[in-house]
Design a binder for this molecule. Structure first.
Ligand SMILES: [Zn+2]
Length: 122
């Protein structure tokens, strides 16, 4: 069961783990993926997110600009739809299932906090 993402949820860009090493807990870049939703399905008055409601814009990433690094400005969601709870034909997005990448360099990944516990789905 995963918590359903809504416009109240926070989706952040962070560093991708290095293969063979534990996933870094820091630094979280501090950037947030912009979300918009007009879904009729709401939790606590906030519309739920579908894949197309997330990004691509990222704001506030604090990765410094250098020869090999740039702040994330764009993200692509690659997965996270619920299989059982849909709006129309599209699965709602789940916090614990969400996967995505940012442009970089270096490419980052996305993490999600639902910020609601009322509605969960698989
Ligand atoms: Zn970032």
């Amino acid at each position: 069961m995963g918590e359903v993402l809504t416009t109240k949820s926070i989706i952040k860009c962070t560093s991708a783990p290095t293969p063979g090493k534990p996933a870094p807990s820091e630094p979280v870049h501090g950037g947030e993926v912009v979300t918009t939703s007009t879904s009729k399905l709401k939790v606590n008055g906030e519309p739920v997110l579908l894949r197309n409601d997330i990004g691509p814009a990222v704001s506030g990433c604090k990765t410094s600009s250098s020869a090999s690094t740039e702040p994330c400005t764009s993200a692509t969601v690659t997965g996270g739809e619920a299989t059982k709870l849909k709006v129309g034909i599209t699965g709602v997005m789940l916090a614990d299932q969400l996967t995505g990448t940012t442009v970089g360099p270096p490419p980052g990944i996305l993490t999600a906090e639902a910020n609601q516990t009322k509605l969960t789905a698989i």
